[in-house]
Design a protein around this ligand. Sequence first.
Ligand code: BTN
Length: 259
Amino acid sequence: MVEDSLSAAAITDGLATRFIGQEISCYPSLPSTNDVAKIRARKGAKEGTVIVAEEQTAGRGRIKRRWLSPRGSIALSMILYPRLAYLPSLIMVASLAVAGSIEQVTNLKAQLKWPNDVLVNGKKVCGILVESGVRGGKVDYAVIGIGVNVNIRLSEYPEITPFATSLSQELGREVSRREMIQSLLVQAEKLYLALPAGDSVFSQWRNRLVTLGKKVQVSSGEATYEGTAESVAADGSLLLRQPDGSLLRIVAGDVTLRQ
Ligand code: BTN
C-alpha cells in the first residue's frame, strides 16, 4: 500500500508551480468537485485554485453522464480565467497534462482519444469535463474537472469494466495519488502558460490522438456518423471524412474505433 495522503499541505509541499494548486482545498467527500469549483470561481477565487475530493457522490461526466469516483481515484477541479480564444484549448491542456503525469509517475504509455479521454492499453483511465461561464464575449471562469481511475479494482464496478481500467490494475501495484496530482498540476501550468505562444499545445494534442487515421463511428446528439477520423481543427472539433468523400466537422460527440 503506498503512502497516499491527499491533504492540501501534502500536495502543495514542494509543488513546483507558480499558481496552479498553490491554493488547494481537499474534502473527504463532495457531490462534485466541479460544482464547488464553480461556486468558488463565481466568488472570485484565485486563478489556479484546485478543489480535490477523496470521493464524489454525484460525479458528473460529459453529456449528463454519471462519473464514478470512489476512494482511490483522483477527482479534482481547477479554476482558470483564460481569454475566450483559449477556452477550446483547455481540454488539450488537461488531456496532455494527465497523459504526461501518467507516463512520468507510472511509466505506462498513455493515449488520447478524441475528444477528452485518456486511455491506457486501449481502455479509459481518465475523463475530463471543462465547464465555463461566458458573458458578453468574456470568460467569467473556466473549471477543468479531471477524474482519474488510480487505485481502483474494476471488478467492483462491472458497469464500466468492459471499457475502463485503472492505473493500479494495469501496473499490478498501487500508485501515489499525491505524486500523480503534483505532476499533473505542474504539467497543466506549463501547457496553460504556453497557450499564448501559438499552436504548440494544439499540435502536441493532435499528434497524440490515437483516433486520427482510424475508421470510426461518431455519435453526436441523436445522430451517428461513420467515416475516417482525418484530423482535428484548432478549436478541438473532429474532421470526419465520410464515405461519400465529404468532410464533416463534429464539435461534440463520442467516438468508437472501428479498427
Ligand atoms: C467524462 O469522461 O465524461 C468526463 C468525466 C469528468 C469527471 C471529473 S471528476 C472531477 C470533476 N467533477 C465532476 O463531477 N466531474 C469531473
